[in-house]
Design a protein around this ligand. Structure first.
Ligand SMILES: [Zn+2]
Length: 182
């Protein structure tokens, strides 16, 4: 299963590693090595980090806390205090180290620094009153994304992931309807 990074924020991309959360959740992070692979693929994170069992559990609880806060934010509710504690504690750890060289930006740090970075990214977004968080418009896709489009008119988490699938299904339905009325 491939990871996708379409949410517009790495904290939301982490939350998006659980798909179809309402009807039959699919968790792409089943074991620590899945998280190691996710970190390696996520833009802006170190190429490799070691994840042990305890750190893995911590990362999953940060993921669920971020998702809960995103839901609270979208629904205009008070932010869940337990989730706030988890995210704020992760963000209080030392962040990733970035260095500039001829080859570009080099990012380094361990998993705690990665989680700190993700928590800080989530905080910057969730604390921004202008940030427009939405759930994907495809039925069954529960991915939350940051809509930065002009007029906030984005409907899907990603065109490849959901937009084109919905459009193709609508096209097939129209063709079927046209055939049936002939
Ligand atoms: Zn989607």
């Amino acid at each position: 299963m491939d990871f996708t990074f379409v949410s517009g924020n790495p904290a939301l991309d982490l939350a998006g590693t659980v798909g179809s959360r309402r009807d039959g959740p699919v968790d792409l992070l089943a074991v620590p090595s899945d998280l190691e692979r996710w970190v390696a693929e996520c833009p802006g994170l170190p190429g490799s980090v070691a994840v042990d069992a305890a750190a893995f559990e911590g990362a999953l609880s940060l993921r669920e806390a971020i998702y809960q806060l995103a839901l609270d934010r979208m629904n205009g509710r008070r932010l869940d205090s337990g989730s706030l504690d988890i995210v704020n504690q992760a963000a209080a750890r030392p962040p990733l180290v970035v260095a500039l060289g001829d080859a570009g930006i080099r990012v380094s740090g361990d998993l705690a620094a990665v989680l700190s970075h993700l928590a800080r990214s989530g905080i910057a977004m969730l604390g921004d009153p202008q940030a427009c968080l939405k759930e994907c418009g495809r039925a069954g896709c529960t991915r939350v994304y940051l809509d930065r489009s002009r007029g906030a008119r984005r409907t899907w988490c990603g065109m490849d992931e959901c937009g084109n699938r919905v459009k193709a299904a609508a096209y097939r339905a129209r063709m079927r309807a046209a055939t049936n009325t002939r």
